[in-house]
Ligand binder design. Structure first.
Ligand SMILES: NC(=O)c1ccc[n+]([C@@H]2O[C@H](COP(=O)([O-])OP(=O)(O)OC[C@H]3O[C@@H](n4cnc5c(N)ncnc54)[C@H](O)[C@@H]3O)[C@@H](O)[C@H]2O)c1
Length: 313
């Protein structure tokens, strides 16, 4: 795809990842970049620097994907769309109906508006949450959808609708399944990556960072600008339909992460560990035992010991 002279709509463009995509798009030879966002989580401070470029503007008549008429109007003459608007994992858990309206019905509206306005390609922000707990590692794109939470369910539905729209109307779509995205401007309430700003804030207050459990929980962390680059590459690619993991393939434990942050900050503070509360500990042990069983390892005794210790403390 040639972006030269094109008009691009970034839905969710004032959010953490969306604003990084807008920044990347500015470096491209595009004619116009429109940010469509209801600012429920997005912020002007994420995009103020972008708005100094005359090609960038916020869609002026609102910006909620639940409003098909406004969305349709915003998409007039648009060549390419990035769709990042979504409710987050923890919000989906607390407000499943709103999550359905935004993540599923809203994505349906985006697809419909794309077809109606003859958009040339859509890049959809999915999530590695579609896989749920790992049944096998590494978690490739062929990993089964083992998700059990509502957020992951909405992303599975979003992907399925993308496939159906591609098949029925020929809309080119690439879906990206992000791992845990970190970087400047991220929210410290994010489900897993929130640990990074929380640690940084603690260190800035000269307090030791606190880890729940023993710090062996491991995640694939990826930097936000790399995710933005993947979005641009997905758009430019000749791919007509596909869903891809976006991660580093490297697992980092919370303890390793914390040690690295302490080292980079050049502080003498030491990491502290807090036992899981009983409920978390039980869930943690349940997950770990299931994971160990799956990997056909014999001994779960060590985990049981941790759990008992955590509950006694
Ligand atoms: N951050 C991560 O680690 C991560 C991991 C996997 C997937 N994702 C997905 O990537 C996308 C972007 O995530 P993010 O971290 O930038 O989150 P974010 O909350 O910062 O960005 C989402 C943006 O969408 C906007 N939005 C929400 N509801 C809307 C609605 N109804 N209409 C219009 N705009 C609306 C918000 O205001 C926000 O600006 C999301 O779809 C998310 O599910 C993120």
């Amino acid at each position: 795809m040639d972006l030269k002279g094109s008009k691009v709509l970034v839905i969710g463009g004032s959010g953490f990842i969306g604003s990084a995509i807008v920044r990347r798009l500015i470096a491209e030879d595009v004619k116009e970049i429109i940010i469509y966002d209801n600012f429920v989580r997005g912020k002007y401070e994420n995009i103020n620097d972008c708005l100094t470029d005359s090609r960038v503007r916020v869609y002026e008549f609102g910006g909620d994907i639940r409003d098909i008429d406004i969305l349709d109007d915003a998409m007039k003459g648009v060549d390419y769309v990035f769709h990042l608007a979504a409710m987050w994992l923890l919000h989906c858990k607390d407000y499943p109906r709103t999550a359905f309206e935004v993540n599923i019905a809203g994505t349906f509206n985006v697809l419909e508006a794309c077809v109606r306005n003859k958009v040339k390609k859509l890049v959809y922000s999915s999530s590695a949450s579609v896989y749920g707990d790992a049944l096998e590692v590494p978690m490739t794109e062929n990993h089964p959808f083992n998700n059990k939470n509502f957020y992951g369910a909405t992303k599975i539905a979003g992907e399925a609708m993308c496939t159906a729209y591609n098949d029925r109307y020929g809309l080119p779509v690439v879906g990206l399944r992000y791992m845990n995205v970190y970087g400047p401007g991220q929210d410290q309430h994010a489900a897993y990556t929130g640990v990074i700003p929380i640690m940084l804030n603690k260190i800035d207050m000269n307090e030791s960072p606190l880890i729940n459990g023993d710090g062996t929980q491991a995640y694939d962390f990826i930097y936000v600008d790399d995710v933005a680059d993947c979005n641009i590459s997905a758009l430019k690619s000749a791919m007509n339909l596909g869903f891809y993991n976006v991660g580093t393939g490297v697992q980092t434990t919370i303890k390793e992460l914390c040690d690295l942050i302490l080292k980079l900050k050049g502080t003498d503070l030491k990491v502290r560990f807090k036992p899981y509360d009983a409920d978390d500990a039980r869930q943690f042990v349940k997950n770990r035992i299931a994971a160990l069983k799956r990997r056909k390892r014999k001994s779960t005794l060590n985990m049981v010991f941790h759990w008992k210790k955590a509950c006694l403390n």
